[in-house]
Ligand binder design. Structure first.
Ligand code: ADP
Ligand code: MG
Length: 183
């Protein structure tokens, strides 16, 4: 199957989901992540500010804000700029209609200890399918830390089609389990 076909399939499934159920699943998923040693030890965590339909990060960010340094991505042209999360009040709506932190770019990539990466689909080997812009494929090689993909179980597939530039994650977590890339 090619990437475009898989994206379409997953988007169809996404439309059939109940928003309340997605919130419950997101909570279960982050309960798993919170038990991970790599997360507990981390001081600076790269997260994302979820949009409807994605694994919901808002409650998790609220919970850990103040205890860990939280860095979020902001789309800037062809690249993701990273910015430090400074509370809900500091979030503003971008030209893309999504909430993003204001302020200076965060460039100390080597300070990031743990990264949580969204995706449209993942497989158990840590391969990721995004929305088709390759943003994370360009950013993730700059991070020297443990990187975990997050999605709902219905987005976990047997095999994600990949190309040489696709970045492979250390593990994938859903509301039902965590799958480590043993390679
Ligand atoms: P996604 O990862 O969002 O699913 P793709 O993997 O299909 O999207 O990548 C989309 C496009 O991004 C690719 O066609 C490629 O041209 C570009 N791209 C991906 N990785 C890189 C990279 N490391 N450097 C430059 N361009 C890249
Ligand atoms: Mg890719």
């Amino acid at each position: 199957m090619d990437k475009a076909t898989l994206r379409k399939q997953i988007r169809t499934l996404q439309k059939q989901q109940d928003a309340e159920l997605l919130k419950t699943w997101s909570q279960s998923l982050f309960e798993r992540i919170e038990q991970q040693e790599e997360f507990l030890k981390a001081q600076t965590v790269f997260l994302y500010y979820s949009m409807p339909g994605e694994v919901d990060t808002h409650a998790f960010i609220d919970k850990w804000y103040g205890k860990k340094n939280i860095v979020l991505p902001v789309v800037c042209g062809d690249y993701l700029e990273l910015r430090v999360y400074k509370g809900k009040e500091q979030m503003a709506i971008s030209s893309y209609g999504i909430l993003e932190p204001q302020g200076e770019p965060f460039t100390a990539y080597d300070q990031i200890d743990f990264a949580v990466i969204p995706g449209l689909a993942f497989d158990r080997e840590g391969n990721r399918l995004g929305r088709g812009k390759g943003y994370y494929d360009r950013t993730l090689p700059l991070l020297n830390c443990y990187k975990i993909g997050v999605c709902f179980q219905f987005q976990l597939v047997d095999s994600v089609p990949t190309e040489p530039f696709d970045f492979v994650l250390n593990a994938v977590c859903t509301e039902q389990g965590r799958y480590s890339n043993k390679a």
